[in-house]
Design a protein. Structure first.
Length: 157
């Protein structure tokens, strides 16, 4: 796509990003933000500051169609890990969390249509966690999980 000199893939501690404020025009997180971005002040204090005013922030994370308000469904219990309670959330949950930040204006928060394709890519890779998730996705049967997309603009003022 001719963007090799414009995209900087990196791995860093999410609470200590090695960039100056307003360094990026766009910040994108795919399949990672749910591990650290669930903290109430993370967007405002860590992610939004590295984006220029008027810049875009885009996040895609695995999520839930609805929060499990009555506990984890029985068919998922054999596969469920405690950290999933902290990281997997619905579009509504993410929207409410980001809405608390004065740093951004949310453009959209929605379920992505590529759930099946994304999960198939994950389940077919050579990874111990992916192999563990095969049974969970079979038990889930399309009832509970989704992929959440959140896109926001960094506020100018």
């Amino acid at each position: 796509m001719g963007l090799e000199d414009k995209i900087i893939p990196m791995q860093a501690e999410a609470h200590d990003l090695p960039f100056a404020n307003e360094f990026f025009d766009v910040a994108i997180s795919v399949d990672a933000y749910h591990y650290f971005g669930v903290e109430e002040d993370y967007l405002t204090n860590h992610f939004a500051p590295v984006v220029k005013k008027g810049g875009q922030i885009a996040v895609a994370v695995p999520g839930l169609k609805k929060e499990f308000t009555d506990g984890v469904p029985a068919e998922l219990l054999p596969y469920w890990c405690d950290d999933m309670n902290l990281t997997l959330h619905s579009c509504d949950w993410w929207y409410k969390l980001w809405k608390t930040s004065d740093s951004v204006s949310i453009k959209e928060c929605k379920e992505l249509k590529c759930l099946e394709e994304a999960w198939q890519d994950w389940l077919s890779c050579d990874n111990d966690y992916a192999r563990r998730d095969i049974g969970m996705m079979e038990a889930e049967g399309g009832k509970y999980f989704n992929l959440v997309s959140i896109i926001a603009t960094k506020n100018v003022s």
